[in-house]
Design a protein around this ligand. Structure first.
Ligand SMILES: Nc1ncnc2c1ncn2[C@@H]1O[C@H](COP(=O)(O)OP(=O)(O)OP(=O)(O)O)[C@@H](O)[C@H]1O
Ligand SMILES: [Mg+2]
Length: 335
């Protein structure tokens, strides 16, 4: 078991929806952290459609995460490649070959262990789109969780759906052996159910008097789910309301209190640079997007200094694998 679990090293940037800037924000945060003198490694966690390397000016990566997942390379560290972006190492994502897009639980644990050993102070994990169990697991196992979205209604819906799915996934792992909670979580929403639990609050209310111990464990699991919100492509003041909207639905329906970490302005220079395959114009002094990214990076450093459990929950998760959850429960609805 790695020893450095008390500090936050691994940060995931997720959000459910495609094209909202997860890769771009990952790269921008990497640049901001490197400028603060931190050693940074980015991982392209998009196992089906990796493209972070393209944003970083790498055309044909000779080694990718797939080599590690398929054990062609033993040490994750040996998959880190240098990029045109100074001070930042990159582990390229796999294209969907050899089943890499669907690593087994053991492969995920092996990956997480080795991430802790990587020679960097920060590892930023750029997530693929969607809410597959793999995506949710990596998000949940990351000590730092950033949910990214834009102010577009569809992006807000997807972000909420992503957060809800991640939280349900976490609870179903934390309470993997507790059939009663699993039933209420996944089937309690059905109106004909006697113990109708449509929201997490209903679940808490259900146990409050009849089982205070379960109530306390649920409350503590919810508190553990520490989430940070970032809105991207901000064009006007109205866009700045988006994190508040997400925060209030999370509070009202999921009983969690995410922190608003910051905002990134829409930057027309980004698109032009990407088409030219020039590593992101964030090096330019006038990059509008970089203003917010610098501030978020400072927050990230501050948060990382606070002692937290990191991904220590993984060990419990391994032990809790007794029930084949994916097989017996349906994916939570994202409505
Ligand atoms: N702050 C920004 N200002 C301007 N354009 C942006 C900004 N952020 C992202 N973009 C644009 O959005 C496009 C999508 O960004 P990116 O590839 O990072 O999204 P993604 O969420 O990683 O997508 P996917 O889910 O497909 O991996 C980029 O090509 C870029 O042009
Ligand atoms: Mg991406």
């Amino acid at each position: 078991m790695p020893t450095s679990l008390s500090r936050l090293k691994l940060w995931s940037i997720g959000g459910g929806k495609g094209g909202i800037g997860k890769s771009l924000v990952t790269l921008g945060l990497g640049i901001a952290l490197a400028r603060l003198g931190k050693k940074v490694i980015l991982i392209d966690g998009d196992l089906g459609g990796a493209n972070l390397h393209t944003l970083m000016g790498v055309r044909y990566p000779h080694v990718t995460l797939e080599h590690f997942l398929t054990k062609k390379v033993t040490r994750l560290e040996d998959t880190v490649i240098e990029t045109a972006v100074e001070g930042i190492g990159l582990i390229c994502g796999a294209d969907d070959l050899m089943g890499a897009a669907n690593p087994t639980f053991a492969q995920k644990i092996r990956l997480l262990h080795q991430i802790e050993e990587l020679p960097a102070q920060y590892v930023l994990f750029d997530q693929g789109a969607g809410t597959s169990f793999n995506t949710l697991d990596f998000f949940n196992f990351s000590g730092g969780k950033i949910a990214l979205f834009t102010s577009q209604t569809t992006s807000l819906q997807n972000a909420y759906g992503f957060i809800k799915s991640a939280l349900y996934r976490k609870l179903s792992r934390d309470f993997a052996k507790d059939i009663e909670i699993l039933e209420l979580l996944y089937r309690g929403g059905e109106a004909e159910n006697v113990n109708h639990c449509a929201t997490i609050q209903d679940l808490l209310d259900h146990f409050k008097d009849i089982n205070p111990e379960k109530h306390a464990r649920l409350t503590s699991a919810l508190r553990d789910f520490h989430l940070f919100l970032v809105v991207n492509m901000v064009k006007n003041n109205a866009d700045l309301k988006a994190p508040e909207i997400i925060r209030s639905v999370c509070r009202d329906f999921l009983n969690i209190q995410p922190d608003i970490m910051g905002q990134v302005l829409f930057d027309s220079g980004v698109e032009a640079a990407i088409s030219r395959m020039v590593p992101f114009p964030l090096h330019q002094k006038k990059s509008k997007a970089m203003v917010g990214l610098n501030q978020i990076a400072l927050q990230l450093v501050r948060q990382s200094r606070l002692p937290r459990g990191g991904w220590s929950g993984v060990q419990e998760a391994v032990e809790e694998e007794a029930l084949p959850l994916d097989a017996i429960i349906t994916h939570p609805s994202t409505s």
